[in-house]
Design a protein around this ligand. Structure first.
Ligand SMILES: [Zn+2]
Length: 321
C-alpha cells in the first residue's frame, strides 16, 4: 500500500468522524450513518458504492430508518434527505440526467420526486471508493466507528444483519496496544456497572421480574441496560441503568418500551404483535418500577428524558390513572 493510499484512507476516516450531523446535546442523528453503512455493504457485496435512487432503495432505507432511526416528523427522517445531504460532507456526489447534484441542487433541496425523476445515482468520490475497495480493513474500521458513535452496543449485530454487512473481528494488526488497553478498560467498566445495576434490582428484570439463574452460578439472560446510551454520553452510573432481561433490554433500546418520570413503564403504540408474549409486553404499560435497594439508584429524570426524546417511539399507550 503506497503513501498515496494512506493519505486517502486518513482523509476518509477524518470525514467519517466529522460528518455534519445535528448531534447537539446528545440528540441522535442516525440517518447519514445508516446510509453510509448501507454504502459499506454495497461495496462489500457488489464492489461499488454506487446506489441508484429507486423505489426499492427508498423502501429499504425507510425500513432501516423506521427500525434503527430516530422517530421524528421532520424531513431529516426521510431516506432522500441523507442521500442528498451527504454531498455536503465532500465524500459523495449524485449524478442526474441534468448534471452533478453538487452543481444543480440548491443547498436545501432534497425532494424525493426529484431524485427519482432525475434518475439520481449516488456514488462515493473516486479516491475514497478506491481506498475502501483496496483495503477491506478500512471498511471494517468505518463500520465499527459508525456503529459505536450512533447506537447502543446491543443493536450493533442486528443493524449489521439488517444491512447485510460482513463484520470481521479486528485483525492482529489493528489490535495495537492502545486499542487493547481501551478494550480492557471498557470491559472492566462494563462489568462493574453491570454488577451494581443488577444488585440494585436484586438480580431481577425491573420490568418482568425475570430472575433466571444457574444452580450455584450466575444469572442467565439478565443484563444491565443504559437508559441514556454510552454512544451519547450516558454515564456508567447506577441511576442511568436498569436491570433487564435480554428481551426487555432490546425493546428498551429499540424504543418499544420506555419510562415516564414517575418511573412507570411506557409501551409504544407503534409496537405490533398478537401472540401471547407480545401481549405480555403490552401489559407492562403503566407498571411502576420496583424499588431499588438504595433509593438513589432509581433512574434519574434527566436520563429518562433523554430516552423519551431520542429513543422511545411516541405516542405511548395511554396510562390508566
Ligand atoms: Zn424482562
Amino acid at each position: 500500500m503506497g503513501a498515496h493510499n494512506n493519505k486517502n484512507e486518513q482523509d476518509w476516516l477524518e470525514r467519517i468522524d466529522n460528518l455534519a450531523l445535528y448531534k447537539k446535546e446528545g440528540r441522535r442523528a442516525p440517518n447519514k450513518p445508516l446510509l453510509l453503512l448501507f454504502i459499506m455493504s454495497n461495496i462489500q457485496n457488489n464492489q461499488t458504492s454506487q446506489i441508484v435512487y429507486t423505489d426499492a432503495f427508498h423502501k429499504k432505507m425507510k425500513r432501516l430508518l423506521t427500525t434503527y432511526g430516530r422517530k421524528g416528523k421532520t424531513e431529516s427522517g426521510k431516506p432522500n434527505y441523507a442521500f442528498r445531504r451527504l454531498i455536503n460532507d465532500k465524500i459523495w456526489d449524485i449524478e442526474t440526467v441534468e448534471g452533478l447534484g453538487s452543481e444543480i441542487f440548491e443547498p436545501r433541496n432534497y425532494w424525493l420526486k426529484e431524485l427519482k425523476a432525475l434518475k439520481a445515482v449516488g456514488q462515493l468520490n473516486q479516491k475514497h471508493e478506491r481506498a475502501l475497495l483496496a483495503n477491506p480493513a478500512l471498511i471494517q474500521t468505518t463500520i465499527r466507528r459508525l456503529l459505536s458513535e450512533n447506537w447502543d452496543d446491543t443493536l450493533h449485530d442486528d443493524i449489521c444483519e439488517a444491512i447485510g454487512l460482513i463484520v470481521d473481528e479486528p485483525s492482529s494488526k489493528e489490535r495495537d496496544e492502545e486499542h487493547v488497553l481501551d478494550l480492557v478498560s471498557k470491559r472492566k467498566r462494563d462489568s462493574e456497572f453491570r454488577k451494581r445495576v443488577i444488585r440494585a434490582y436484586r438480580g431481577e428484570c425491573a420490568m418482568c421480574g425475570w430472575d433466571g439463574r444457574f444452580v450455584g452460578g450466575g444469572t442467565a439472560a439478565l443484563e444491565a441496560a443504559h437508559i441514556r446510551w454510552h454512544s451519547h454520553d450516558g454515564p456508567d452510573e447506577t441511576n442511568n441503568g436498569l436491570s433487564l432481561c435480554t428481551l426487555h433490554h432490546k425493546l428498551l433500546d429499540l424504543g418499544v418500551v420506555g419510562l415516564n418520570t414517575d418511573k412507570r413503564v411506557l409501551v409504544s403504540q407503534d409496537f405490533l404483535g398478537n401472540g401471547e408474549a407480545a401481549q405480555t409486553v403490552r401489559s407492562l404499560s403503566g407498571l411502576r418500577l420496583p424499588d431499588t435497594q438504595d433509593p438513589g439508584d432509581l433512574p434519574s429524570g434527566e436520563y429518562i428524558e433523554w430516552h423519551s426524546s431520542e429513543v422511545f417511539r411516541e405516542p405511548a399507550v395511554p396510562l390508566n390513572a
